[in-house]
Design a protein around this ligand. Structure first.
Ligand code: TXA
Ligand code: MG
Length: 351
């Protein structure tokens, strides 16, 4: 299948630039587009046949439901049964932006979107291309991350082109994604909001407007054996070709341990990759050493985590040692993705 690639500058979208991709969406095609979190692969959410094309292109399991994206608040009414007070508060404070809200679905949502659940995930992205594209298409847009299932989510157009060229109708190349991690998923159907997937809007942000915020225990440390409330959280994710191992503990000890492990593996003839931070980079002598960003500004780490994982694929390493970072604020979402990339392989070292 031929994939059309359109280059669009999000800072100055020309009047007619999004017309063709919007038409494709409206007419049942698939369009990959940038959002403020990661690139999404969109299709008309009310068109079952179109939505099935997303699952096919990604190789996504059919029991993993999709997020429906809207551009204006009015568009939500036909999609849900009701909007509880908690959901309204989240929308007012954080929409448009990197948070997805789980609500009771209306009968208009096809089963293929919700994987048979009685709820639907809704998000209003703030990225100008995403917002304008959805508005011009005139339909709600189902969009998972625009990567092959299991691979790191795409934060640059080149990642989407690598994974999906030839499998989708259109790819909009519109620069890098600001947040770099997928949206926070929050269930607003109960009396206390519950985070099902940590993301750009943190627990601390939500606590600014709610007295209490819960986190699905299945996604917390030690919750490995529980069944996550968000079906997608159970899958292997973000896997580069090489095995990933996280080394957790005090920073200096972590550096020491990684240097030691590197020596041992290299003796065995393996190529080692090190995923470090700006502050520790100079502590590793040679080899494939890539910094994720600065510990002083975790947003820089969130922003480049997925791109860094993909870079190691290009360098053809056999094993990647990754430094853990502090699990607070956005660090919570970063570590959640890293632990999944590592298939829960974390070596904890004493302080
Ligand atoms: O930032 C994002 O959310 C990106 C951009 C493109 O908007 N999209 C994204 O979609 O990350 P995806 O499909 O990769 O992840 C959607 C997550 C999955 O973990 C899925 O299981 C969960 O949302 N989800 C969808 N509908 C749900 C529902 N009704 N109840 C619980 N979880 C749901
Ligand atoms: Mg995804």
């Amino acid at each position: 299948m031929e994939t059309k690639v359109y280059e669009i500058n999000p800072e100055s979208i020309e009047k007619d630039e999004l017309k063709a991709p919007a038409e494709v969406l409206k007419n049942g095609g698939t369009v990959a587009f940038p959002t403020e979190t990661v690139y999404g692969l969109g299709a008309n959410a009310l068109d079952e046949k179109a939505v099935k094309k997303i699952f096919e292109a990604k190789g996504r399991p059919s029991d993993n439901p999709l997020i429906v994206h809207i551009s204006k608040i009015e568009e939500i009414d036909p999609l849900v049964e009701e909007i509880p007070e908690n959901a309204k508060k989240i929308m007012e404070k954080f929409w448009p932006g990197p948070i997805t809200i789980i609500l009771k679905r209306s009968h208009r949502i096809p089963d293929v979107i919700t994987a048979g659940l009685d709820t639907v995930a809704i998000r209003m992205p703030s990225h100008p291309i995403a917002n304008k594209l959805i508005e011009m298409s005139g339909v709600p847009v189902a969009a998972p991350s625009a990567n092959l299932s299991g691979k790191p989510s795409p934060t640059k157009a080149e990642h989407v082109i690598h994974d999906l060229k030839g499998k989708v109708d259109v790819i909009i190349s519109g620069g890098s994604c600001e947040v770099g991690l997928e949206s926070t998923v929050v269930d607003a159907t109960g009396s206390i909001p519950m985070i099902l997937r940590p993301g750009g809007v943190t627990k601390e942000h939500l606590e600014e407007i709610f007295e209490k915020v819960e986190v699905d225990q299945a996604i917390e440390e030690g919750g490995m054996d529980l069944i996550p409330k968000s079906p997608g959280m159970k899958y292997t994710h973000y896997s580069p070709k090489a095995e990933v191992v996280i080394i957790a503990g005090a920073v200096e000890k972590v550096v020491e341990e990684i240097n030691q492990l590197k020596k041992e593996k290299e003796k065995l003839g393996l190529r080692v990759g090190i995923m470090c931070t700006d502050e520790t980079k100079k502590s590793y002598k040679e080899g494939v050493v890539i910094s994720m960003g600065s510990r002083k500004d975790v947003a820089t780490i969130a922003n480049s985590l997925f791109a860094t994982l993909r870079q190691f694929d290009e360098k053809e390493v056999d094993i990647i040692y990754a430094e853990s970072i502090e699990q607070k604020l956005l660090g919570h979402a970063v570590m959640n993705r890293m632990i999944k990339a590592a298939g829960h392989h974390v070596i904890k070292i004493g302080r």
